[in-house]
Design a protein around this ligand. Structure first.
Ligand code: FES
Ligand code: FES
Length: 157
């Protein structure tokens, strides 16, 4: 069945007609053209489709769009402010974390949520928080360095 829902995405309100079975991933990519949100496994196991839902990382392939009506959704396209990249994006670039880059948007959003919740995580806490995001290129050491660099940029003291 089709219905019209309101999605709040990257600070904008979008009224969209969706099918009951449309996932949030389908709607973000196919309807709103937010290409940073990527499909990997399609079953909630790889984290490439991660978005922030009310500030928490979730797998958008595993959520029906109609279930998140009215809630705040953020994708990587919504992180930069006035053309300036978020410090986490800058850190990932400077540390050359992306190899193929497929997993990168999902990691950046999970790191954003992590550092909001816990500005000074231990290595173990970082690994645990990012356990739902997989990098098939094996770039974990570079990603770890990027988290530390982002932390430094957010809190230079
Ligand atoms: S595509 Fe959603 S978790 Fe893998
Ligand atoms: S950089 Fe290729 S999957 Fe992570």
């Amino acid at each position: 069945m089709k219905r019209t829902i309101l999605l709040r995405v990257n600070g904008r309100e979008e009224h969209l007609q969706v099918e009951d079975a449309d996932t949030l991933l389908d709607v973000l990519r196919d309807r709103l053209r937010l290409w940073s949100v990527r499909e990997g496994c399609g079953v909630g196991a790889c984290g490439t489709c991660t978005v922030l839902l009310d500030g928490r990382p979730v797998s958008s392939c595993f959520l029906l769009a109609a279930r998140v009506e009215g809630r705040q959704i953020v994708t990587v396209e919504g992180l930069s402010q006035g053309g300036t990249l978020d410090p986490i994006q800058q850190a990932f670039i400077e540390q050359r974390a992306p190899q193929c880059g497929y997993c990168t948007p999902g990691f950046i959003l999970s790191v954003k949520a992590l550092l909001e919740e816990n500005p000074n995580p231990t290595d173990e806490e970082i690994r645990e928080y990012l356990a739902g995001n997989l990098c098939r290129c094996g770039g974990y050491p570079d990603i770890m360095r990027s988290v530390r660099a982002a932390q430094e940029k957010r809190d230079p003291d």
